[in-house]
Design a protein around this ligand. Structure first.
Ligand code: NAD
Length: 294
């Protein structure tokens, strides 16, 4: 039976490490990390995510600022708001919660964020630094996966890593990170997507299979090599009358089938998901301590 890679426990460990560093900073009279979040509109899910991020900041001892803007805000006015945060020397990190209203360009907004404060790691400068293996803010989900591989001491060097999905936020950065000359890294990487032929065969050749295509229970046991490490990034809500909430969460991997043959696997929920806020806090600490851009 596979080792269950527990993202809940690991993310709590990381948050505790961050909280104890904040205590040290306070004792030394240093700068308390300060994260600003911009939320445009009143989309329920986005509000929940932003609130969870702000709450997590408070829990580890960070300062936080939530800037709430109407969804009718013009693109120029939003860019001005970002500029204000860029210019505010007290704020170390800035995130703009996505998605944005349709009349606003995500590219323009992302490019406006000062790379030094881009703790989501989405700006072209920081993505470029990642590709070059320079110090950077690695975006939340890829950071979470690397940290799980590292903390569970799962060997990656020389392994064949297959990534399913090529999105900018998960698949593409993961393929770059796993190929870098680093630990975790040093894999031979195959990136696959919706046009890939013989996907099952390619997936079956993976020592490490990273699944981020956004299709419920797509990866079945016949697509997994016995002994592979399986990282399931997908999250889907499906109706379940037996649950109080009326739904349950499942991933892109058919867990019950794959767990018995994998050597290690992330469950859904409780795998990759909980790591994302820890990543954001970690990047904000790096920003406050000027560890990336000095
Ligand atoms: P996306 O929709 O942006 O990208 C999906 C990718 O999968 C595309 O590159 C596409 O080419 C590929 N794809 C689609 N169908 C395919 C198929 N049949 N065969 C092979 N490749 C196929 O998705 P995303 O933003 O990367 O998210 C993927 C999943 O991960 C979603 O379920 C999302 O909810 C979840 N997610 C979870 C977290 C987390 O914190 N755990 C973070 C981000 C995304």
């Amino acid at each position: 039976m596979a080792v269950r890679i527990d993202g809940k426990v690991t993310s709590e460990e990381i948050k505790e490490e961050i909280a104890s560093r904040v205590k040290e900073i306070k004792a030394e009279g240093g700068k308390i990390p300060h994260l600003a979040a911009i939320l445009v509109g009143n989309d329920g899910a986005s509000q929940t995510y932003v609130n969870a991020k702000v709450k997590a900041c408070e829990k580890v001892g960070f300062q936080s600022t939530l800037v709430m803007l109407k969804d009718s805000i013009s693109e120029d006015d939003l860019l001005d708001e970002i500029q204000k945060v860029n210019d505010n020397a007290d704020i170390d990190g800035l995130i703009v919660q996505l998605p944005l209203p349709k009349h606003i360009s995500v590219e323009k907004v992302t490019a406006k964020i000062l790379p030094e404060k881009d703790v989501d790691g989405f700006t072209p400068a920081n993505v470029g630094r990642m590709a070059l293996n320079w110090p950077t803010y690695i975006s939340a989900t890829p950071y979470g996966i690397l940290e799980l591989l590292k903390r569970y001491q799962l060997e990656t060097s020389g392994k064949h890593c297959v990534v399913i999905g090529r999105s900018h936020i998960v698949g593409s950065p993961m393929s770059i990170l796993m190929a870098r000359n680093d630990n975790p890294g040093n894999c031979t990487v195959t990136i696959t997507h919706s046009r890939t032929k013989n996907l099952a065969e390619v997936a079956r050749s993976a020592d490490i299979l990273i699944v981020a295509l956004g299709r419920p229970e797509f990866v079945t046991a016949d697509m997994v090599k016995p002994g592979a490490v399986v990282i399931d990034v997908g999250i889907h809500r499906i109706e379940d009358a037996s649950k109080k909430s009326g739904y349950r969460l499942i991933g892109d991997v058919k867990f019950e089938e794959v767990e018995p043959i994998a050597s290690a696997i992330t469950p859904v929920p409780g795998g990759v998901g909980p790591m994302t806020i820890a990543a954001l806090l970690y990047n904000t600490l790096l920003a406050a301590e000027k560890k990336i851009y000095s």
